[in-house]
Design a protein around this ligand. Structure first.
Ligand code: PLP
Length: 409
């Protein structure tokens, strides 16, 4: 390192907190920015890199936006934990869709599920506390734990992306405070079964751990399966911070609406942080949420059911296309992602592969290494995109593989 670089790095480390320097910008967001930059420059790119559903805003949501627009005081500050209406709506949703009972006092409306995860970790972690994260993982978990001075302890999952309770037990230390689980899982599409969840529940109770259960894909389950929440196991409700949101369920990612449900005590501690941080979640869109769930429940439930069926059809279409190219993957049981193996004949790591696919074939996928160091041989494809777009992506990928290496022919 030259003198100027050393000086700059010294100044930089003086200016920014020691907490922020080791953090990574969300790798998925950064990668998406570079993909969007290429598109803005005229690149012909099919995007399968982000968890962005392609469904247009449904009419009943549009009409709820109009109702919100006409509502008095929609421009005012609101309760930190969310409007009465939005919390009542979420309480209804948990009962109607998942047969769970959460009162309005056990719910906080957040700026996306992302904020709910941050608030949960902020409320429970002391500096040095360890949190078990199961890989492949959604990358924000690791950065969020680090941000609050915690230590993420990453455990790789079994080959079929299901839980290995024994391996998880091996990650335990005196400092373990929490475990983050995500089922249906991004990126693998795995859904943890009752036995797996019961194993985690027993483990959490035995070692007095908080479970942060990210259930944002709870409504996107296939093959007639039903979503099971770990909060439903005996003595678990108050130990679990259940996180969900409307980005995926209602294709409302830009509206930034999520929530956490837990014990009153946990929610009250999350309120302490949120009230000082951003006061409340956008009042206007909370009215939209209330209007959609409480005044258009039939249309809402139908939309959720139809989109899940649509994703299932896309899953089948994409699975067929990938299998025809001899690309190996575990068939997703839910979500809208396939986590596939990079063909060995290419001899490429995941960032190199994703860059080559982007630049040579105009196909954007997410590199596997973003989801954990052990997954550099993988890539994630989102089927939030339409069948037509997936068809184009498969064709381009096929061409790329044919031209990439003679051993892949
Ligand atoms: N959790 C998981 C597993 C996700 O995949 C995502 C988004 O991709 C989120 C949370 C964040 O959702 P939101 O848009 O509600 O912040």
């Amino acid at each position: 390192m030259g003198y100027h670089e050393m000086y700059n790095s010294y100044i930089m480390s003086m200016r920014f907190s020691g907490k922020i320097l080791p953090l990574e910008e969300s790798l998925l967001n950064r990668w998406d920015s570079s993909v969007k930059y290429k598109i803005a420059q005229g690149g012909d790119i099919l995007q399968f890199n982000l968890g962005q559903p392609d469904f247009a805003c449904p009419d009943f949501v549009k009409s709820a936006v109009e109702t919100a627009n006409a509502r008095e005081k929609n421009n005012f500050y609101n309760h930190t934990n969310g409007t009465e209406g939005a919390r009542e709506a979420v309480s209804w949703l948990r009962k109607e869709m998942f047969n769970q009972s959460y009162t309005k006092e056990e719910i906080i409306i957040t700026n996306g599920a992302k904020e709910a995860i941050f608030l949960a970790l902020a409320a429970i972690l002391d500096s040095g506390d360890e949190t078990i994260v199961i890989a492949p993982y959604w990358p924000t978990y690791v950065e969020a734990v680090k941000f609050f001075g915690g230590k993420p302890v990453v455990i790789d999952i079994k080959k079929d992306f299901h839980l290995d309770i024994e391996a998880i037990g091996g990650a335990l230390s005196e400092k373990t405070k929490a475990i983050i689980i995500n089922s249906p899982n991004n990126p693998s599409g795995a859904i943890y079964g009752r036995d797996e969840l019961s194993g985690i529940a027993k483990f959490a109770i035995e070692h007095d751990l908080v479970v942060i259960s990210d259930e944002v894909y709870g409504s996107t389950v296939f093959d007639g399966k039903k979503h099971v929440s770990i909060a439903d196991f005996p003595d678990m409700k108050n130990r679990v911070v259940l996180v969900d949101g409307f980005s995926k369920m209602l294709s409302m990612a830009g509206y930034r609406l999520g929530y956490a449900a837990s014990s009153k005590e946990t929610i009250n501690n999350m309120i302490k942080i949120k009230s000082n941080m951003n006061g409340n979640t956008n009042s206007f869109f909370q009215i939209v949420l209330e209007e959609v769930l409480l005044n258009h429940p039939g249309e809402f439930l139908k939309f959720v059911k139809n989109t899940a069926a649509d994703y299932e059809a896309r899953r089948d279409f994409l699975s067929k296309g990938l299998s025809a190219m001899d690309i190996r993957f575990v068939r997703p049981e839910g979500t809208f992602y396939v986590f596939a193996e990079i063909p060995g004949c290419l001899n490429m790591k995941s960032v190199e592969f994703a860059n080559a696919l982007l630049n040579k074939a105009g196909v954007a996928v997410a590199p596997g290494v973003f989801f954990g160091d052990s997954f550099d041989g993988y890539f994630r494809i989102s089927f939030g995109a339409s069948v037509k777009s997936l068809e184009g992506g498969i064709l381009r990928m096929k061409k790329f593989l044919l031209s990439a290496d003679k051993f892949c022919r």
